[in-house]
Design a protein around this ligand. Structure first.
Ligand SMILES: Nc1nc2c(ncn2[C@@H]2O[C@H](COP(=O)(O)OP(=O)(O)O[C@H]3O[C@H](CO)[C@@H](O)[C@H](O)[C@@H]3O)[C@@H](O)[C@H]2O)c(=O)[nH]1
Length: 250
């Protein structure tokens, strides 16, 4: 099935212990966008999410499942799913969480904008975007993290850490996903940064992000500190490269 003007679209949904959410979110996505396929990438969740995903795939030819052997991080799960989607010939490959934070009913905003962009991010931090039910600590972490990314990397994106996105196939091909190494949530920033560095168009559209009601977030101190370290390293490397280029020109 296809989405008008964009070709074949698949939304990749990574899961780890999302048994309480997976049927609900896939049902909503299929109802909201019947032309869009779904690929669940499960890291052998102990709560049986993988089995539930298999049942969904059995009942619906537009749902597929990638089973991985163990929990290996959000970024690693997405990269695996992206490669499967590229091999399957999809024209547009998207990302969203399994827990209802990203609303399938708002996916059309991202897809419509992709007609004139290479990556579209559903943004919480542009006018019209919002967050529902996040504790102040989480909002500060996200706003502060995004400010740090803007300052260190010099990018204009307001929500570079967001996980509701759609990529053109050509974007994933241009940034050579087999060279991406970030395994945790910093993967989101890494992909946006690589897209900009490849000279491609990154657009943001406002979304309402709703904190999950069932199951637990996998965000942790280790995930946040990995992000801080990586952004600092990229920022310093970028400055060093610019300085060297200037010195060589003189
Ligand atoms: N397969 C797999 N899935 C994972 C893993 N870690 C997390 N996930 C899945 O990835 C999705 C997001 O994980 P959450 O732990 O629910 O994320 P969050 O705290 O709500 O984080 C949100 O904010 C982040 C920072 O802005 C975003 O990067 C993230 O995408 C999301 O929108 C969920 O579907 C979850 O099951 C993993 O190691 N493996």
């Amino acid at each position: 099935m296809t989405y008008d003007g964009l070709g074949r679209v698949v939304m990749v949904i990574p899961t780890y212990n999302e048994a309480l959410n997976i049927e609900w979110i896939v049902g909503r996505l299929r109802a909201a966008q019947p032309g869009v396929d779904v690929m669940i990438v499960d890291d052998n969740s102990p709560d049986g999410t993988g089995d539930l995903a298999d049942k969904l795939a059995l009942d619906d030819a537009q749902v597929s499942v990638v089973h991985r052997t163990a929990k290996d991080g959000l970024g690693a799960a997405y990269l695996h799913g992206f490669q499967v989607a590229l091999d399957a010939g999809y024209d547009v490959i998207g990302e969203m969480d399994a827990d209802g934070s990203h609303q399938p009913e708002q996916l059309h905003r991202l897809l419509d904008r992709l007609v004139t962009a290479d990556l579209v991010i559903g943004s919480r931090w542009i006018p019209g975007g919002s967050v529902v039910n996040w504790p102040m600590s989480r909002e500060l972490l996200s706003r502060g993290g995004n400010l740090y990314v803007r300052l260190l990397l010099g990018v204009r994106i307001k929500d570079a850490t967001a996980g509701f996105r759609v990529f053109r196939r050509s974007t994933l091909e241009a940034i050579s996903i087999d060279t991406v190494e970030s395994a945790g949530y910093i993967f989101q920033t890494d992909m946006a940064w690589r897209t900009l560095q490849a000279g491609l168009r990154v657009a943001e559209v406002p979304i309402e992000f709703i904190e999950r009601e069932r199951g637990d977030s996998k965000m942790s101190g280790a995930v946040a500190s990995e992000s801080l370290k990586m952004v600092t390293r990229w920022g310093l490397r970028e400055r060093w490269n610019r300085l060297r280029a200037r010195t060589v020109r003189r």
